[in-house]
Design a protein around this ligand. Structure first.
Ligand code: CTP
Length: 408
């Protein structure tokens, strides 16, 4: 059956697309999709289930994509696990043809084979293009599984009606190349709503040196800021992460290592020029030792050691006064143990912010270092949004959803 020639949008050029092929007759059509995508400059890799390999050999997909095909859940000793490596690599996943069996495995969170394990381990959007017999497609259990996929944020490209390989006529034929490419483009556009934006994020505590081996800091883990940096980068922004904490490399995030509040201020002054959004999640030390000892302070002869502290600048207030600062949307944080609303509103005014995320640090379930947070966001206008206890990453995404249309 000829496949509609459909142009692949320039939007997908250079993107890392993983195509997961399951065991259905429509696998042969997916070979042509892979060929068109690769020719359009999309960076395609293919993973196949064992049943898929009974319809089309991996050599075909290897030849068309120019890359070895992933088929095995287990890698040679010492190599990274294929499902984790592929799940991290992919910026977008297309499952085509998605059989009733693979849909059921994805819906139930199975991971006993490479394809389902990769989908479970993936961090990127997933587009599923089902193809099966019309009777299978019509079964309530299949439709219920598809609802689960939709609830998990997966996009479904509905099959077409027509003559099926079984000889029957009905719904179940793999969607056209045009419909599949268009779904991939739509998902890319929707999930990359910060493309072209420059975002600066500060994260973690600062370190204020006492002597060459000691410093004053705080319990901040940096996780809230990291979640913002990663969420913004995954949504297409170019991100600068200014931090003193350890952060694993993340595509789209450029890390700028700093130590003290003063270092952080200097880095932020540089990085925020022309930035669209500043996310100030760092727990900046309000005070630093007035004097830093050049040599390690010794115990002998010192019953008591008195450290005099002096105030650090208020970084947000300084940045708000920088020329051109109005162009940057400034989001601050307020970690409070009482009078949350009042204090958060006061900080928005005092620090020249556009919005602030306030959270209650007296709550034990969202303590320092936790992967969770809860609280509320208030805009300068007084508009308020509440967040139940959710992961820091989910909170970052929800805040970005609320802020993105207010960027200048
Ligand atoms: N902040 C800053 N510079 C500082 C201290 C804090 O820019 N020297 C930023 C934080 O990154 C955060 C916001 O200001 O986004 C609020 O931090 P917080 O510590 O709650 O505010 P403080 O001004 O230090 O007020 P408080 O007296 O309540 O500690």
């Amino acid at each position: 059956m000829p496949i509609d020639p459909a142009p692949v949008a320039a939007l997908l050029r250079g993107r890392r697309l993983l195509v997961c092929v399951a065991g259905g007759i429509a696998a042969y059509k997916v070979a042509d999709l892979v060929s068109q995508l690769t020719q359009a400059g999309v960076d395609v890799r293919v993973a196949m289930t064992s049943s898929a390999r009974r319809f089309v050999g991996p050599a075909t997909f290897h030849g068309l994509s120019g890359r070895p095909v992933a088929t095995d859940l287990f890698a040679p000793e010492g190599s990274p696990e294929p499902h984790v490596e592929l799940g991290d690599w992919a910026q977008l996943i297309l499952v085509a043809p998605a059989t009733a069996n693979l849909i059921a495995r994805i819906a139930s969170g199975e991971s006993a084979d490479l394809v389902s394990a990769t989908i479970l381990a993936a961090r990127c959007p997933v587009v599923v293009a089902p193809a099966m017999n019309d009777a299978m497609w019509a079964k309530p259990v299949v439709q219920q599984n598809l609802v689960k996929l939709l609830e998990d944020g997966i996009t479904i490209v509905d099959p077409e009606s027509g003559r099926l390989a079984s000889g029957h006529s009905g719904a179940g034929r793999l969607a056209s190349a045009e419909a599949i490419f268009s779904a991939l483009e739509t998902v890319w556009r929707e999930t990359h709503d910060l493309a072209g934006r420059r975002v600066v994020v500060s994260a973690g505590g600062t370190r204020e040196p006492i002597d060459p081996v000691r410093f004053i800091s705080n319990y901040s883990s940096g996780k809230m800021g990291f979640a913002f940096a990663e969420a913004a980068a995954d949504r297409g922004a170019q991100v600068s992460l200014v931090t003193s904490a350890q952060h694993a490399d993340h595509a789209g995030v450029t890390k700028i290592a700093v130590e003290t509040a003063q270092d952080m201020l200097a880095a932020l002054q540089r990085e925020t020029v022309g930035a669209d959004l500043l996310v100030m999640a760092a727990a900046v030390a309000d005070y630093r030792p007035a004097e830093t000892y050049e040599k390690k302070v010794k115990r002998e002869g010192r019953e008591r050691l008195v450290l005099e502290l002096e105030q650090n600048p208020d970084l947000l207030a300084e940045l708000s006064h920088q020329p051109g600062a109005e162009a940057t949307f400034k989001l601050g944080f307020a970690a409070e143990d009482a009078d949350l609303q009042e204090r958060a509103e006061e900080k928005v005014r005092r620090k020249g912010l556009d919005a602030i995320v306030a959270n209650d640090i007296s709550r034990k379930d969202i303590a320092f270092g936790s992967d969770y947070n809860a609280g509320f966001l208030i805009f300068r206008t007084g508009e308020r949004h509440e967040f139940a206890r959710i992961t820091k990453r989910a909170l970052a995404d929800q805040v970005l959803d609320l802020v993105k249309d207010r960027l200048r």
